[in-house]
Ligand binder design. Structure first.
Ligand code: COA
Length: 326
């Protein structure tokens, strides 16, 4: 039986850092409100000339270097994003020539903040089936360009960044033990972009009413987030005949530090075992798990042999969990 492994990892964040104090200057908000309600202190914001595929390309190149693979070795490119360069073509297709992967299959995954775990799961299937040896999975998000900078209920929460992984049939450690994916479209309007698609094509009126920006019902999402991430983790652990005590590290999607505290409690995982970096990046959607994972690898918290739980939740609604034996 072929195994699928996370063989290399890479990340990228834009240079510009925007603090809560910077938001205070342009919006009716306070550092105190943002820190207390979310745990966020600052986030990175892309340069005007940058686009999502540029950020994804930087992260992907670093992941390929980390994995020790070249363009010829990559069989498939998957990009998870909720902030694409364009509606058509996919961000993966924009990224492909920048990476020298012309001719290789490339597609996007639209699963919002769950996109990275969805992407790794798809890659896992292609590798385990024997069809591909090396799949490049990128989570790239430029959310600061998708939100209304006058809507304080959401704009302070989000940040830009990208992370990428090479999922491979070869390599030391990084074995993907299993995953579970879920979605429930009946909750679609809890986090969505009302206009710009076939449901409400763009007009002057939709622009004036600011309907092409992200719209979120944060309060309702909060409760569902905690429950769904705890449930999918329990389902996955049961499927793998593992106990939550076997999890060495939880690397969750970073949406709100209070969501993560509630999740740790429900899973009975000590808080010190949860990798949290939301204070410096905000919510970077599909990029948040690789950004947190990369940080915990580089500061030597995560060691070879550790069991790592990736767990996420996002618009769709979508939620998912995956366990890797590092
Ligand atoms: N600064 C200051 N006040 C703000 C604010 C801001 N940036 N944003 C909202 N407020 C105000 C609201 O207007 C409201 O005021 P009111 O009581 O006078 O009406 C008050 O703060 C409380 O708002 P509420 O929405 O109840 O706050 P909350 O404690 O639920 O926190 C979120 C809001 C968005 C931080 C929180 O609900 C959350 O994180 N939800 C989950 C979001 C999520 O996971 N999203 C993405 C999925 S990946």
């Amino acid at each position: 039986m072929i195994e699928a492994k996370i063989r290399g990892l890479g990340t990228y964040v834009p240079e510009r850092v925007m603090t809560n104090a910077d938001w205070e200057k342009i919006l009716d908000t306070t550092d105190e409100w943002i820190v207390q309600r979310t745990g966020i202190r600052e986030r990175h914001v892309a340069a005007p000339k940058e686009v999502t595929s540029d950020m994804g390309t930087h992260a992907a190149r670093r992941a390929m270097e980390d994995a020790g693979v070249s363009e010829e070795d990559i069989d498939l490119l998957i990009c998870a994003t909720a902030s694409p360069d364009t509606l058509l073509p996919s961000t993966a297709c924009w990224m492909q020539p920048k990476l020298g992967l012309e001719g290789k299959p490339a597609f996007d995954i639209s699963a919002a903040c769950s996109g990275f775990v969805y992407g790794i799961t798809v890659a896992d299937q292609f590798v385990k089936s024997g069809q591909y040896n090396n799949v490049l999975v990128v989570g790239a998000e430029m959310l600061t360009r998708m939100v209304d900078w006058q809507d304080r209920s959401i704009c302070v929460l989000l940040g830009d960044g990208a992370g990428a992984a090479v999922v491979s049939s070869q390599g030391e450690g990084g074995r993907i033990l299993g995953s579970r994916l879920h979605a429930d479209g009946t909750y679609g309007e809890l986090l969505w972009i009302p206009a710009g698609g076939t449901r409400m094509p763009p007009t002057l009126e939709t622009v004036e009413k600011r309907l092409h920006y992200y719209t979120m019902r944060g309060n309702e999402l909060f409760k569902i987030a905690v429950k769904s991430m705890a449930d999918v983790t329990k389902e996955l652990l049961e499927g793998l005949a593992m106990d939550s005590g076997a999890i060495d590290w939880v690397v969750p999607h970073q949406a709100n530090v209070r969501i993560l505290q509630a999740l740790a409690k429900r899973l009975r995982v000590p808080w010190e075992r949860v990798v949290v970096n939301i204070e410096r990046y905000g919510n970077t959607s599909a990029a948040s798990i690789p950004l947190a994972f990369d940080e915990a690898l580089h500061d030597d918290r995560i060691k070879r042999g550790d069991n790592i739980l990736f767990v996420s939740f996002g618009g769709g609604l979508t939620w998912s969990a995956l366990i890797v034996e590092w």
